[in-house]
Design a protein around this ligand. Structure first.
Ligand code: DAK
Length: 629
């Protein structure tokens, strides 16, 4: 499903921000408000946000103009008729949202996909106002949408896989970090976020601590700059109150707004943040809130609303917490987390999810993966999935990557691999923080380096070809890893380089060797010795990448290439890969001898018989990948 034109219904605080991010993704953006006055106000908000970006040096005047040129305003819903995607971002009113979708359904072309930015209603309920529920999903942005990278991408039971994939790839192309969420009340993040602030206010109801003590204790426990009371003062009491009411209606009493929250809402005032912090009461506050957040997060995972990794990402990226609930549980120990939940279970029987009890019984911490392996037919997708650190290669990532490669090696059905990164980076290098900590111990840093070198060798010696789909920064160890792949396709926005000398180190995962072999001594020297980054086009010009494509085409291009490789004779492909790689270590005569040995082996395969016979019979071959006898 191709996306060129995106409609945004509503240009208020959220809608204007959403329209701006959509335009920043390069999509033609048509934003609609019912009156010219509202539209002008919304467009002015976008214009001034873009202007502030230039003033602060975060963007250039040229880029501002480029983004602005993508945006067009209208008061006529009919102007959205030809949009490929329409995002609704009007007020949180169920009937108003349904009316918008019913109207869009009448107006838009049959293939238009719809998404709602609702935070309180079920997406399925809104989708039911249309005759195309299979083309409706949720795109839940976080405030402020231009800056906050988190995007909950929500599928209902009816959302077609292609529509969901389209929403996910749209989210990525517009610079967001999507997390995959099943349609359910509060989705993934609000479910534990609302429980978090509501419980903080219940502590006040119960007289456990005063407001400043609670705010300070929560900031310390969750690694935050702003506690729940201060946050509610900034974001609005009505919003906090209505969100809790909405979850009470859909989930139950656990979310009933705390007494003081209701009173504050009714009085129209803000929290009084003054007073003395009582250090003796901080632990009780921290224990209660940690227990609530961890229990609810485990319930979200148990219900299959989101994975443990995505729940944590929701907390760290969307809410800017230092750690997500599952990482917090791993740090404190799962038994302790379970013990802290005892009093909540007493007050709300059934609070503790079975999933948590089972995990405790297993004696293992939660598994939080930084590398995802997905096998789709003959193609394995390995995705570096640590976007909060630009996919930096720490030892945990390297171990997981090694494991994923071993699984691919053992899977004869996999014929090609695509390796890419989640978020803004392919891989921004080895993990500088981990290296700094290890560097004082020579044995430890050597072990780390050997692990990295081993993973790169695993890529090279894998029988299946590996395509690096370079979606963003490929720096230091990240570029070294890309150079170990067989083929490199780069997005036009990618940046490549070896910044090591600027850190007081030198490339340590083969950069000086592989870059020189690929691009020659002059190019490698300029890159390594200056530490400067180059763009994708320059990288292609000097031979570091095979080709450059527009960002929306990156994964499709890599996939087409992988599919072509996968359609060829697997043993011939694997042995050709090995022979090409042998040129890195063998002089020509030995290389030719190596090639002769490999091609003789390939001659003895059943796939050679099949391939040649298929040519003679004028039919497509059917390869099995059977090794020579
Ligand atoms: N390691 C750890 N964290 C990283 C990282 C890295 N390589 N790159 C980015 N991050 C983290 C940032 O710290 C930040 O996290 P918080 O501090 O917020 O927690 C988060 O990712 C987002 O990054 P920024 O806020 O910096 O994002 P920007 O868009 O502003 O900047 C950037 C993007 C890519 C320009 C910038 O992040 C950057 O300069 N990153 C470092 C790039 C770099 O220098 N890469 C080369 C790493 S050195 C050896 C073994 C191995 C190696 C060498 C020797 N042996 C011992 C012999 C390998 C060396 C390397 O790869």
């Amino acid at each position: 499903m191709d996306i060129k034109t995106v409609g945004v219904v509503g240009c208020g605080l959220m809608g204007s921000g959403i329209a701006q991010t959509v335009a920043e993704g390069g999509f033609t953006t048509i934003v609609r408000e019912p009156t010219q006055e509202l539209l002008d106000k919304g467009l002015e908000r976008i214009r001034s946000f873009l202007a502030k970006g230039v003033d602060k040096g975060k963007t250039t005047p040229a880029r501002r103009d480029e983004v602005w040129a993508c945006i067009r305003g209208t008061t006529d819903m009919a102007d959205l008729a030809d949009c490929d995607l329409v995002i609704e971002a009007i007020v949180e009113n169920r009937d108003a949202k349904k009316a918008v979708f019913a109207e869009l359904d009448r107006i838009c072309k049959p293939s238009t996909v719809f998404a709602t930015n609702t935070s309180s209603f079920r997406v399925a309920e809104i989708a039911a106002a249309t005759k195309r529920p299979h083309l409706v999903g949720g795109l839940h942005y976080f405030y402020p949408p231009v800056i906050n990278k988190l995007l909950e991408v929500i599928r209902t039971n009816d959302t077609a896989p292609e529509a969901f994939e389209m929403l996910l790839s749209f989210g990525r192309l517009s610079g967001k970090l999507p997390i995959l969420v099943r349609d359910s009340p509060g989705f993934a993040v609000n479910r534990f976020f609302i429980a978090w602030y509501n419980e903080a206010i219940r502590l006040l109801d119960e007289g456990v601590a005063n407001i400043p003590t609670i705010d300070v204790a929560v900031c310390e426990a969750f690694g935050l700059g702003m506690g729940p009371y201060k946050l509610i003062n900034v974001s609005g009491v009505p919003l906090a109150y209505h969100a809790a009411v909405s979850l009470t209606e859909s989930i139950g009493d656990f979310y009933r707004p705390a007494r003081h929250l209701r009173q504050l809402y009714e009085s129209g005032q803000l929290w009084d943040l003054s007073g003395e912090v009582d250090p003796a009461r901080k632990q009780a506050v921290a224990d209660r809130l940690l227990a609530v957040v961890c229990g609810v997060a485990a319930r979200v995972a148990e219900e299959g609303v989101a994975t443990v990794e995505d729940v944590d990402r929701g907390a760290t990226i969307g809410l800017r917490w230092a750690k997500g609930p599952f990482a917090i549980m791993n740090d404190m120990g799962l038994e302790r987390a379970l013990a802290l939940m005892g009093p909540i279970e007493d007050a709300h029987p059934g609070f503790i999810p079975d999933l948590l009890r089972q995990q405790v019984a297993s004696g293992q911490p939660w598994t939080l993966r930084h590398v995802r392996l997905a096998i789709d037919g003959a193609i394995a997708h390995i995705t570096m999935s640590r976007p909060e650190a630009l996919n930096a290669l720490g030892s945990k990532v390297l171990h997981e990557l090694k494991d994923a490669l071993a699984q691919v090696r053992a899977n004869r059905a996999v014929r090609a691999v695509i390796l890419s990164g989640e978020g803004d980076a392919f891989i921004a290098g080895a993990d500088i923080k981990e290296m700094q900590a290890l560097a004082a111990r020579p044995a430890a840093i050597r072990e780390f380096t050997e692990l990295g070198l081993g993973v790169l060798r695993d890529i090279e010696t894998l029988p299946q070809p590996v395509i690096a789909a370079i979606n963003g920064f490929a720096l230091g160890g990240g570029l070294e890893l890309a150079l170990a792949c067989d083929i490199r396709i780069a997005s036009s926005t990618a940046r490549l380089g070896f910044p090591e000398v600027g850190l007081g180190i030198m490339p340590g995962l083969g950069g000086t060797q592989r870059a020189t072999r690929l691009a020659g001594r002059g190019v490698a020297s300029e890159l390594v010795l200056t530490g400067d980054l180059i763009g994708a086009e320059e990288a292609a010009r000097v031979g570091l990448v095979n080709r450059v494509v527009a960002p929306p085409q990156l994964m499709a291009t890599a996939r087409r290439l992988a599919d072509r490789i996968a359609s060829r004779a697997p043993v011939a492909v694997a042995k050709s890969k090995a022979a090409i790689l042998a040129t890195q270590r063998l002089p020509l005569d030995e290389g030719l001898a190596f090639e002769l040995d490999r091609s003789s082996e390939v001659m003895a395969t059943p796939d050679r018989v099949e391939g040649m016979q298929a040519f003679i019979d004028k039919r497509p071959p059917v390869f099995t990948g059977t090794e020579p006898q």
